[in-house]
Design a binder for this molecule. Structure first.
Ligand SMILES: [Zn+2]
Length: 168
């Protein structure tokens, strides 16, 4: 039949599309460079290695090859940890797809002994509502993993606030 004449639309749809599934895949080629390569090589031996700034003496973990404060190269390797202190944390209540961890669980900033930056990791081996600032923790490795699966309490007394307040 003859084509319909264009007419103004109300903006209302009988079956509106509210979402679509669009599978995506992103492949990356990452070149870690000298400092991070050394860090990754040490992790393969279950050690955590950072680098100390020759001027301000801060130990960066993971190392980026230069001190962002002083703007000079860092080259001195420093092994830190394996134990550390929870400086701050959050309770995760949303289950992530593809992540086989029951909620709630705790994700924390951990200052490894000897490091001047906190890294982050999951805390296990303790009820989520018992985790606290100052909690002393140690890594738990699983076979073949490139980094600790999580950190668990060591049983040591909590660290004094003054020992980690600069690392929050
Ligand atoms: Zn520095």
């Amino acid at each position: 039949g003859p084509p319909e004449q264009p007419a103004p639309h109300t903006g209302e749809f009988e079956n509106p599309v509210t979402g679509i599934v669009a599978p995506a895949r992103l492949d990356y080629t990452y070149t870690p460079g000298r400092a991070q390569s050394d860090h990754l090589d040490a992790l393969a031996e279950r050690k955590v290695v950072g680098e100390r700034c020759p001027r301000c003496h801060k130990v960066y973990v993971p190392p980026r090859g230069a001190c962002p404060t002083c703007g000079i190269a860092t080259t001195e390797h420093v092994e830190v940890g394996p134990r550390g202190t929870v400086t701050t944390f959050c309770v995760v209540n949303i289950k992530a797809r593809n992540l086989d961890i029951d909620v709630p669980y705790v994700y924390a900033h951990i200052a490894l002994d000897g490091a001047d930056l906190a890294l982050h990791a999951r805390i296990g081996g303790i009820p989520y509502d018992r985790v606290r600032m100052g909690l002393r923790v140690e890594p738990v490795w699983t076979e073949g993993a490139p980094h600790p699966d999580h950190y668990r309490p060591t049983g040591e007394p909590d660290a004094d606030y003054d020992t980690y307040k600069e690392l929050l």
